[in-house]
Design a protein around this ligand. Structure first.
Ligand SMILES: [Zn+2]
Length: 302
């Protein structure tokens, strides 16, 4: 997402906050249990879906104010808006993130619409186009509440429960005062957000770890920094474990070269810690396939 949307310094209070409840789904766990689950037979199917693409200058994805990015040449990056489908044989279908909706852009505030026009987002399919051919998800697990992750909620039935990390719903920066808060539009008329009940990981590998279904098949990982409630998901799929990191690490520059990403000043230290934890975990468990927020690990075009 564009750097404008990260340029948040201090916090400002805005009256309306979408209501939140503590999730009853999932139980706090620890890294050793997560690691043990990697060797169990995967029962969940996992599919990545492409919804849209955009092109932006590298400054949208790496922090040009940080001297460590000085060696990265100027240029653009291709970014993709993904969502992920997980099908659990017992608990059913869930989506990670939500795709895109044609109904979001017209409802945004003019500044935000201009920022989006500059991104020249090419929609390949909307969630409304994608959904009718498939079973509806029982719930949506969000990586965070930025516009390029929540838009598709507008195309889903209002009673689909939405799960998110703690703190995202309450995030109020001056940037949001300027551009409005797309998530509030996407959540209009929907029930309360369900916040994952993270507690500190006793093994210290992540800020928090939740075993979502209680069977070690799908895990939520607390990855604060990019946004206060940024959350990743580890899925023990039939074809091996998958790790969806959201925008905790958006691009290959962030993953392979450990380039710092733009982040709110208040979240910069946490953002680097979360990215480091992810890289450490992946290095220790090379069988885990990593899915970055807006790029494929391997292919420039998808
Ligand atoms: Zn984001």
């Amino acid at each position: 997402m564009p750097v404008l949307l990260f340029a948040s310094g201090g916090c400002a209070t805005v009256a309306a906050v979408h209501p939140v409840v503590v999730s009853e789904l999932g139980a706090p766990s620890r890294a050793s249990a997560l690691e043990a689950s990697l060797s169990q037979r995967g029962v969940v199917t996992f599919e990545r879906v492409v919804f849209a693409r955009w092109t932006a200058g590298r400054g949208a994805f790496i922090d040009r104010d940080d001297p460590r990015t000085a060696g990265v040449p100027k240029g653009t990056e291709e970014a993709v808006i993904y969502a992920y489908v997980i099908d659990h044989p017992r608990f059913g279908r869930y989506l990670i993130d939500s795709g895109v909706s044609a109904d979001l852009e017209p409802r945004l505030n003019p500044l935000m619409r201009r920022a989006l026009r500059d991104l020249n987002i090419r929609v390949e399919q909307t969630t409304a186009e994608w959904l009718p051919r498939r079973a509806s998800p029982r719930a949506v697990f969000l990586t965070h509440l930025h516009f390029d992750h929540v838009g598709g909620l507008l195309d889903m039935s209002a009673d689909t429960p939405v799960y998110v990390g703690r703190g995202d719903a309450e995030e109020r920066s001056w940037t949001y005062r300027l551009i409005g808060r797309p998530a509030d539009i996407a959540l209009e008329g929907k029930g309360p957000l369900h916040e994952w009940a993270f507690t500190p990981d006793p093994d210290g590998a992540f800020a928090g770890i939740i075993d979502i279904f209680g069977d070690g098949s799908v895990w939520a990982l607390s990855l604060p920094g990019h946004s206060p409630g940024s959350t990743g998901y580890l899925i023990n799929a039939v074809d091996g474990p998958k790790l969806v990191v959201g925008d905790a690490v958006s691009t290959r520059l962030g993953w392979e070269q450990a380039m710092p990403q733009p982040a709110p000043a208040s979240g910069r230290v946490e953002a680097e810690a979360s990215a480091d934890r992810l890289r450490r975990f992946a290095a220790a468990h090379p069988q885990v396939e990593v899915f970055l927020g807006h790029q494929s690990r391997t292919n420039q075009t998808d």
